[in-house]
Design a protein around this ligand. Sequence first.
Ligand code: NAP
Length: 251
Amino acid sequence: MIDLKNKVMIVTGGSRGIGASICLSAAAQGAKVLVNYVSNSESASSVVEDIEKNGGDAIAVKADVTDMSSVQEMVTLALESWSKIDILVNNAAIWNESPIEMMSDAVADETMSINFNGSLNCIRAVVPTMIKQGSGSIINISSTAAQRGEAFHSHYAASKGAINSLTKSLASELGPKGIRVNSVCPGWTYTDMTAEVFRGGSDLVIAETIPLRRIGKPEDCAAAVLFLASDDASYITGISLNVNGGSVLTG
Ligand code: NAP
């Protein structure tokens, strides 16, 4: 059983989907959780309420990950509440379709800015604390798109490819300071992000192309994140852990 008792965890985009599942599962294993969101305060509050109902400790904090001063304030709130930060999960991201010949500056910039720069901002904000502690675990949520590319989502795939490179670079840079850095690469997962694509039963068609013959649930990713966050993974750094039912193997 994963033990996160008294670990302090920040989850960006913790209000919905995979992020919410990570918050709920981590709190169930004893973590104190900062549930970050950007606009959906109701969903973030409901995650916090669920955690508190079960005897856990959590706070919801609004911060746009693209805004470094908001990110710094979020980290300060975590430190004021719990005096340390053990785990950062960079989960917040957007996924918008855009054929390359129609892609505007705004669309390209927004995707890189939230998915890549947002993660970089949060890492820059927590690392000084983790270095002082001599310990920490950073988990970046990437994607199968980082590994095989994704037509009509080239900006998204590139942002996630950059996340995987960031993970490997920081794993070697921060390992000597006791900080582990890993990625989790989800495949198709049932969340708000994919709801439109799956409407009308296309999830069943996609599931047939996946070796394990199903679409992922947010809990599948949460389980991988909890393992990498825990001391059970204390000798694991620099990896990209696929949670995709084997989908990259079959194109
Ligand atoms: P989702 O349901 O669309 O939720 C996105 C979350 O990110 C929300 O909590 C949202 O907050 C937050 N967010 C968006 N922009 C933000 C910003 N600027 N600052 C702070 N938070 C922000 O997404 P999901 O499907 O759970 O995806 C989670 C992660 O898994 C992402 O990194 C995604 O790329 C990756 N992934 C997902 C799939 C999939 O099939 N779902 C596949 C591969 C990879 P609000 O609630 O406030 O809007």
